[in-house]
Unconditional design. Structure first.
Length: 129
């Protein structure tokens, strides 16, 4: 009986080792596969943040225009990098991600600069609240 239990245990371990790992446990490099979708998702997220800042009046028209121009420049840069259907190199992808991160910080800074959060004006400049 003891021998049968140890043989079945060894067989179970061997079967588990031979089974493929689930898809969530498999390694996929950041720059391979659908990594371009991450850049596109980041760009969409930044565009949504700018639009939300306009809707909440935390961004002025000129601030929003400047931020959208920067985002458009990055989109054109990505399109140039992807010219003729090739993939981005690791260096290009890192450069683009760094620029998108910088734009994200710029958006955060503009959203929190308190330029359009004044509630009312009562005669003098000291009465802004």
């Amino acid at each position: 009986m003891k021998g049968l239990t140890s043989i079945s245990l060894v067989a179970l371990i061997a079967m588990m080792a031979a089974a493929p790992a689930p898809a969530s446990a498999q390694y996929t490099p950041r720059w391979g596969g659908n990594a371009g979708a991450n850049i596109n998702a980041t760009q969409a997220n930044l565009r949504a943040r700018i639009d939300a800042g306009i809707a909440s009046r935390r961004l002025s028209r000129s601030e929003a225009r400047n931020l959208k121009n920067k985002l458009s420049q990055l989109s054109r840069m990505e399109a140039d990098m992807r010219m003729s259907g090739r993939r981005l190199t690791i260096r290009e992808r890192n450069d683009l991600n760094n620029r998108l991160s910088r734009l994200n910080r710029d958006i955060t800074r503009q959203l929190n600069d308190f330029e359009h959060r004044r509630v009312g004006y009562w005669g003098t400049r000291n009465n802004w609240r």
